[in-house]
Ligand binder design. Structure first.
Ligand SMILES: [Zn+2]
Length: 134
């Protein structure tokens, strides 16, 4: 990440291979949580390990915002993406200007600027459609 960029939150993602989400896996029952959980919400185990999530998943649902929000100029899209690890991730989607979203389409995570704060680029994860995918 460049000098003028900061992650929106530490430990959520890294930039390897275009961006990867970092999750927590329960060492007892194997349930995976994103963002990481302090303990397993399934079996209450406290022993969790970090795992890397798949970069691709399927769009479960989405919404187009048509009113200005604090950080995102309209129109903007947010969505829920189901990853193969059994995790449903809420995230901004790539700008909707040239894109049409469809439930079930294949999506890929990437790292992008979310907004600027005090001259710093605040970086986070977003999803975009996989070209030629489905
Ligand atoms: Zn567990």
């Amino acid at each position: 990440m460049s000098e003028d960029a900061v992650p929106v939150k530490e430990g959520l993602f890294d930039e390897t291979g275009g961006g990867r989400l970092l999750a927590g896996k329960c060492k007892a029952c194997g349930r995976i949580f994103f963002p990481k959980a302090p303990f397993c919400f399934e079996c209450l185990e406290k022993d969790m390990e970090e795992v890397v999530l798949s970069r691709r998943g399927k769009l479960y649902s989405y919404s187009i915002g048509r009113m200005a929000s604090t950080h995102f100029p309209p129109p903007y899209a947010v969505g829920l993406v189901d990853l193969p690890e059994g995790v449903r991730v809420f995230a901004p989607l790539m700008s909707t200007v040239d894109l049409t979203y469809r439930i079930g389409m294949e999506m890929e995570v990437y790292i992008d600027e979310l907004w600027k704060d005090d001259g710093k680029r605040v970086m986070g994860y977003k999803f975009k459609p996989v070209k030629g995918g489905d």
